[in-house]
Write a protein that binds this ligand. Structure first.
Ligand code: COA
Length: 173
């Protein structure tokens, strides 16, 4: 799947909120207000992945099976650089039909680059203990387990806090 990464724009908000609702169960996905607040924080940024609309046309023109891959925005990441030089991944969401094409990896790596430039010496995030796909994904990206937060999510599920050093040898204040 061809895709490009860009900064989100104001008019993308409803699409991103819809994607978040597709990616997380009710109660775990953000309310419209929560997502808006996170995205508007002064030190946060949102990157999105947009799939090229040309894929389907190319394959149908060749007479081959028309791909059912989605077009338009297929995923996004919200991250924040805090003042102490630690980054935080607030959420990363890829539509179910667009997974395992490297979109999540590209969003995460691009966000990590932005955080390094901030500069952030490390990045942390929370994910549910039962989110096996996310745990495999973050392991693949060299995140280490540093803590567990009992009952972190509204459904009572514990969170794992994961961390990755972005600037080795740096001395966080
Ligand atoms: C986690 C998530 C962002 C991954 O996005 P993605 O675009 O599918 O990720 P990638 O294609 O870049 O995957 C990279 C690697 O991560 C691992 N991985 C990703 N999804 C996996 C899964 N379901 N099972 C096992 N390993 C997985 C694999 O090693 C994969 O490499 P491979 O496809 O070559 O085997 C996506 O599954 C998602 O949006 N899930 C719902 C929301 C969520 O849980 N977000 C994270 C918690 S905040």
């Amino acid at each position: 799947m061809d895709f490009k990464i860009r900064q989100s724009r104001r008019e993308d908000f409803d699409t991103l909120w819809r994607i978040d609702k597709e990616c997380f169960p009710p109660g775990i996905s953000y309310s419209r207000l929560e997502l808006a607040v996170y995205m508007r924080r002064p030190r946060s940024f949102t990157l999105l992945a947009e799939a090229a609309a040309t894929d389907n046309k190319k394959s149908s023109a060749k007479g081959s099976q028309v791909a059912d891959s989605p077009v338009g925005v297929v995923g996004f990441i919200v991250a924040e650089a805090n003042r102490r030089g630690t980054g935080h991944i607030i959420t990363i969401d890829v539509l179910p039909t667009a997974r395992r094409f490297g979109i999540g990896s590209t969003l995460l790596s691009t966000a990590e680059e932005h955080l390094r430039a901030a500069p952030c010496h490390a990045v942390e995030l929370e994910t549910a203990v039962d989110n096996l796909a996310a745990l495999a994904f973050y392991k693949r990206h060299s995140y280490d387990l540093i803590n567990t937060i009992p009952g972190y999510y509204s459904n009572g599920v514990d969170a794992l806090v994961l961390r990755k050093v972005l600037i080795p040898g740096s001395n966080p204040s």
